[in-house]
Design a protein around this ligand. Structure first.
Ligand SMILES: Nc1ncnc2c1ncn2[C@@H]1O[C@H](COP(=O)(O)OP(=O)(O)OP(=O)(O)O)[C@@H](O)[C@H]1O
Ligand SMILES: [Mg+2]
Length: 303
């Protein structure tokens, strides 16, 4: 398990992290999300050790992270850094060696990851000759080539075309599932995070707003929204207006006022026709995100 425990960080007057904490299991694909400026990059830099926290601790398998352990992690920084004049294959092998691999093993690993990342045919080209998306794949290769124990990736999907997104998704899930590596990545693409991740941390203004399994978090917040479909009656039917405390939101979804029994909604619908579907409406991760971030900023404004 990788644990971030009460991390705090200031830049002068700016509070970038305020006692931020969450835990990531091994083998988990973990999404790290939050609005611009929330502190994602700052937190990842602290985990990987390019930045020191003012307070708090990062632990890996129960022990505080040291430089030696961090060397076995893979990191993709927000500011991409590749040697533009070096050939792709040479660069990946070189970085493998920097992480302690023997020359033949580093070459072998570089070849494997270039293949997996779909850039094998570019092995002898200079990095600067590649398109942005393909440079991005090389960058990911640099985080993977030394077979890391944990992966920390800062917006690895930005700038990729849909095929690139699929390739990268498959690679990341493969690394998590087959090697039991925790894969933590930040992203603003919440549909993608919802699709890929087992768990997430949502942060705002340096603080944790929510964390947990994606399915659990969504189910918890199904709350007062219900989906109700009546056979042969699409749209908002007339009977819906007669149900006290139920507001039709369109597309067969109703929001119930506090203390309103969903069975009342069901009864009214059944009087109108056969009900084909009735159940809580689970929010998407994007809806959940807007909801918890919105409520957190309201709370802050009220303070
Ligand atoms: N070197 C720095 N000097 C001063 N302030 C900084 C520095 N780096 C980050 N900050 C501030 O710290 C806060 C957190 O920034 P950070 O880059 O960690 O956010 P982020 O969640 O990665 O945002 P984004 O989604 O835009 O990448 C912001 O208010 C930012 O302006
Ligand atoms: Mg960032």
């Amino acid at each position: 398990m990788l644990e971030l425990d009460e991390l705090s960080k200031r830049y002068g007057e700016t509070v970038a992290l305020d006692r931020l904490g969450f835990a990531v299991d091994e083998g988990q694909a973990f999404g790290f999300v939050g609005p611009n400026g929330a502190g994602k990059t700052t937190a990842m830099r602290i985990v990987i050790g390019v930045l020191a926290a003012d307070a708090g601790e990062v632990r890996w398998r129960g022990a505080p992270l040291d430089a030696e352990t961090r060397r076995r992690f893979g990191y993709m920084p927000e500011e991409r850094g590749l040697y533009p004049k070096m050939a792709v294959g040479q660069q990946l092998a070189y970085l493998g060696e920097l992480h302690g691999m023997s020359d033949p093993r580093a070459r072998e690993s570089a070849a494997l990851w270039m293949k997996r990342l779909g850039i094998a045919e570019r092995a002898d080209d200079k990095v600067e000759e590649l398109s942005l998306g393909n440079q991005q794949r090389v960058q990911l290769g640099t985080a993977l080539v030394h077979e890391p124990e944990a992966l920390i990736l800062d917006e690895p999907f930005s700038g990729l075309d849909p095929v690139g997104v699929d390739v990268l998704s498959e690679v990341l899930l493969g690394v998590a599932r087959e090697r039991g590596v925790p894969v933590i990545f930040s992203s603003h693409q919440l549909e993608l995070v919802e699709r890929l991740c087992d768990a997430v941390a949502i942060i705002r203004a340096g603080r944790l707003v929510a964390t947990g399994g994606v399915a659990e978090l969504r189910a918890e917040r199904a709350g007062r929204r219900w989906r109700l479909e009546v056979d042969g009656a699409p749209g908002t039917p007339a009977w819906a207006a007669r149900v006290a405390g139920a507001t039709p939101l369109g597309n067969d979804v109703y929001e119930l006022a506090e203390d309103t029994d969903p069975q009342g909604l069901l009864d009214a619908a059944r009087a109108a026709g056969p009900v084909t579907r009735f159940g809580p409406e689970v929010p998407t991760l994007a809806e959940l995100f807007r909801d918890v971030i919105g409520r957190d900023s309201e709370r802050e404004a009220a303070r």
